[in-house]
Design a protein around this ligand. Sequence first.
Ligand code: ADP
Ligand code: MG
Length: 296
Amino acid sequence: MSDKAYVQLKNINKSYGSVQVSKDVNITVEEGRLVALLGPSGSGKTTILKILAGLEQPDSGDIYIGGRRVNDVKPSERGIGFVFQSYALFRYMTVAENIAFSLKIQKWDAKRIRDRVEELLELVDLKGLGDRYPRQLSGGQRQRVAFARAIAPQPKLLLLDEPFAAIDAKVRKELRSWLKELIREVGITSIFVTHDQDEATEVADDIIITNQGRVEQTGQPIQIYSDPVTPFVAQFLGENVTTPDFRKFKGFEEVQKGDFAIIRPEYINLYKLDETIQYTETSEFGTAEKVIFRGS
Ligand code: ADP
Ligand code: MG
């Protein structure tokens, strides 16, 4: 293990029947980082979380958490908290009972549970709502309860699987920045799954890009965006067009390597005919046939 690594997956392989859903997955997460697993649906993100959590066994490979190999350690003993999109709150328990749930299982004494629940309600901005039932809360509030429940027993690692997916767009954005700040405040190493690139780039310190069971690239959001190492990553991030005939453009005639070019709009300048053109040697003349307004 490298020094600062808190979580490490080494050469993980996993198949369901004849379908291989993790292909030699290597992941390192440093202590205290907030990392996004970002990839299209079906690319194996949830499987990676489940393997870390001990809810699935890999066919081969090693799992290290906090320096300890945990392949044979039970889920409940891996020191992990979860917020899963589908891991809904218990409907017939109050907010406070939901948060206290795992503390009761761990046989904390009543006073200590009460104090911890109060502390968490305050932390997630739900002070005074402990006696409500989940149905009396908004979607965003419910996810905050799920978060409080997950971190109640002070896990060393938090896993979140598409935690914002079921929440409407505006609240989702608020909840994202809220979560980022809170995780920073609590200082807990966290890995969250998303298929939404905006969510990953806004929230995460580091991004791990998954595609068809493989890790394509790992790095800080800006590194991955500005220096994609595979065509998949280049196409997956940002707006872009893929151009097979790129050698027809001025300035690209001599480019030797490559089957196609992936072009991002921020590298294109548009000028009207009566404007002064800055880069004449790489400019093309053409007619805009259709213009669509897309906000900013
Ligand atoms: P993601 O979270 O990126 O959407 P998953 O890890 O859930 O991807 O799934 C990866 C692939 O594994 C998908 O093709 C999915 O259908 C398949 N898969 C996941 N869980 C099972 C299972 N229990 N049995 C069979 N196939 C599964
Ligand atoms: Mg998933």
